[in-house]
Design a protein around this ligand. Sequence first.
Ligand code: T1G
Ligand code: NAD
Length: 692
Amino acid sequence: MAEAASSENKVSVEHRGGVAIVTIDNPPVNALSFSVRKPLHDTLVRLRDDAATAAIVLTCAGRTFIAGADITEFGKPMQDPDLRALIALLEAIEKPTVAAIHGTALGGGLELALGCHFRVADKAAKLGLPEVKLGLLPGAGGTVRLPALVGPLKALDMITSGAPIAATEALEAGLVDTLATDGLVADAAAFAAVKAAEGGPFVAVRSRRDKIAAADREQLEARIKAVIAKAKGLRAPVACTEAVRNAVLLPFDEALAAERALFVELVTSDQSRAQRHLFFAEREAAKVAGVDKSVKPRPIHRVGIIGAGTMGGGIAMAFANGGIAVTLVEAAHEALQRGLERIEKNYAISVSRGSLSDAAKAARMALLSGTTDYAALADCDLIIEAVFEDMAVKKEVLASIDKVAKPGTIIATNTSYLDVNALAASVSRPQDFAGMHFFSPANIMKLLEIVRGKDTAPDVLVTLLSLARSIGKVPVVVGVCHGFVGNRMLTARGADVEALLLEGASPADVDKAFTDFGWPMGPFQMWDLAGLDISWRNRKALGKTALIADWLCEQGRFGQKTGRGFYLYADGRTAQPDPELAIHIANEAKRLGIAPRVISAEEIIERTLYPLINEGSRILEEGIAARESDVDLVWVNGYGFPLGKGGPMFWARQKGLSGIVDRLNHWHQQTGKDVFKPSEWLKATTAEQTVR
Ligand code: T1G
Ligand code: NAD
C-alpha cells in the first residue's frame, strides 16, 4: 500500500507486510534540506508508534542515496528538526531500521545511515564523509559513530581524506552489513523482515564500543600527527583529528557535544566559506554561455597525443589514470623511448611509495601505445598536440593531424601562450578545434583551461568539460587572449617584483610574504623550480626585459636545474640566499638611484596580489572568463592559491574591493605602472557596493 510523495512532501512510505519502505525523493542528489527533514521526522514518529510496522527501510529515489546535508542552507538559521535531532529519533527506534544505499551516501546522508541499526548497499555504491573538503567536519555524529563501526584508524582516514570508499570495502570494514544482489530495496526489505523476525534488542551504533576499545592509540596518534603535518594551514583536517580522538577518549554524548562545538567553529569560519564557494564554483564552471543543457558530449574512447615531452607524457598519464587508451606520437624513436621511459619511471615511483599497485601500473602502461607514425591516429576521438611552443612547428603538426583524423575527432592544442584562433586556422575543421591548457605536472595538477576558439562548436566544449571531470580535472572554459586566464594574471603578479628587489626586499622576503599568506611557495622559488629560461625565451620573443632575471639567465643561472637562480641550491633542492645576487641587486639599485628600505609583507602582497586581482577583473571585463568563481578555480587548482582563501576574486571581496582599489590607485601614482590602474570592472563594482 503506497502513500505517494507530493511535491511539497518529498517523503513517501510503502508498506510490504510489516516492513515500511520510506523513500526520499529530492532531486538531484537527495540533499537533506528542511523540506526533507521535516516530513521524514514526522514519518518516522508515525512508523515508530505504528504497531503494524515491524521494521523500517530508508531508501532514496533517483540516481543516488543522500549526498549530504543541503550545503546551500549553511550560513542561514537552521530550521528544526535539524539533522542531529532526526538521527537521535531514528537511533532510538526499537524496531530494526535499515538504510538501503545506492549511488553515493555522503556526509549527512551517511550519518543518517549510521543512525540505522543496519546498512544494505548496492555493489556499485560509494560511502564517505567528504565534509573536510568543504572546510568542515561531519557535524551529525559521523566522527563518533563511524569509529564505532569501522574502528578509529579507518574512520580517521575516511574523515580526514574526505574520500569515499566502495561498497565492497565498506562491507569488509563493517560499515555495511550486506551487499544487495537481487534488487536493493527488495533485499533490504527482506533483510529487515528477517531482523524483525529474529527480534531485538537491536544495537544502535552509538552503543557499539568494541572497536573503539580495541583501538591502537599509538598508531592513531601517529596518523593524527601525519594529518596535522599535511594540513597546510587548513583548520578542518586538524579539527577532524580532534573529533576522532574524542570518540576514543570520551563517552559518546561528550564526544558528540565536542563534535558539535567543532562543527559550529568551522561552519562559521572564513576557510569553510571559501571552500564551499569553490564547491559551487566547480558546478557553475560546467555551465557555459550559449551552450544548451541538451547538448550531448561526443564519445571519447581513444586519445592521441603529439609530443612525449614534459607535458605530453603527463597528459598521457592523466588519461591512462582515467582508464582511457592513449596513442603517443613523437617525431623520432629516441624521443618516444625517452617519453615512455619517463612515464614508466613516474609510475614506478608511485608504486615504490605505495600509492599505486603493480597491477594498476601495468594496467595503465597497457593503455599507452607509442609510435612515430601519424597514421596511427586514425582511430582517435580526440588528438592533443603538445609539441614545442612555436607557431610554425605547431601549424605543421596540426596540418598533419588534420590529414589523418577521422570526421568528428576533436583536435586540441596545449599551447601556453599562442593564438588559438590562428592555430585553428591551420586545420580544415575549426569547429572541432579548441585549446586544452594542462598544467605541469599534467598527471597531478587538477586545472584544465579549455580555450574556446571563435569557431569551437558547443558539443566540443561539452565533450571536453565532461571528459576533464571524468579524469579528475577541474575544467574552466576561457576565451582566447595572451596567456589565457592563469598565465596572463601570473604576468601581472610578477610585474613589480623586480622593483621590490631593487627597493630593498630580498627574494626570501617576498617568498616569505607569500608562504605566510598560504601559498606553497613564493614567485622566486616557483620561477627557480619551473626554470628561468622558459620565461626568458618568452620575454625575448616579446621584446621584453627583466633586469635581474635576464642577468641571471645571461650567467646560465636557470634556477634549480642549474643549481643557481634567484637562490643557491647546494644540495640541488634547498633554496639558500645568494650573497652574490644580493650584491648585484644593490649595485643595480645604486646605479638607478634607488635607496633601499625595509619593505613590509603587507606592501609585498599589495604590489603582487592586487595587480593579479586587477588583471583578473580585466579578464572578466573582456569576457575571457565568464565569472569571478572561474578565475578562483584557475588560481586554486593551477597556481596553488590557498584553498582556505577561496581564490583571488573571492578573497578580494572578503578583504573589500574599495580598499584594494584605493591601494591600486596609490601604487599607480607611485610607479606609473599600468598593472596598478584599476579596471573599469573594479571601479564599477566598488561603486555599486558603495550604493548598496
Ligand atoms: N547540498 C546542496 N546541493 C548539492 C549538494 C549538497 N550536499 N550536493 C550536490 N548538490 C547540487 C550541486 O550543486 C548541483 O547543482 C547538483 O546538486 C548536482 O551536483 C552535517 C555538514 C553527490 C558526488 O560534500 O560530491 O553533510 O549545479 O553536479 O557530478 O555532516 O554532488 O545542478 O544547480 O556535483 O553527479 C557533504 C557533495 C555535505 C557531497 C554528485 N556532502 N556533492 O556529483 O553532480 S556537508 C558532500 C557531491 C554535510 C553533515 C555535513 C556531488 C555528488 P546544480 P553535481 P555529480
Ligand atoms: P618539451 O620540449 O618538453 O616537449 C615537446 C616534445 O614535442 C618533444 O619531445 C619533441 O620531440 C616533440 N616534438 C616536437 N616536434 C614534433 C613533431 N613534429 N611531431 C611529434 N613530436 C614533436 O615541451 P613541453 O614543456 O612539454 O611543452 C609542450 C607544449 O606544452 C608547449 O606548447 C608548451 O608551451 C606547453 N605547456 C608547457 C608547460 C610546462 O610547464 N612545460 C605547461 C603548459 C603548457
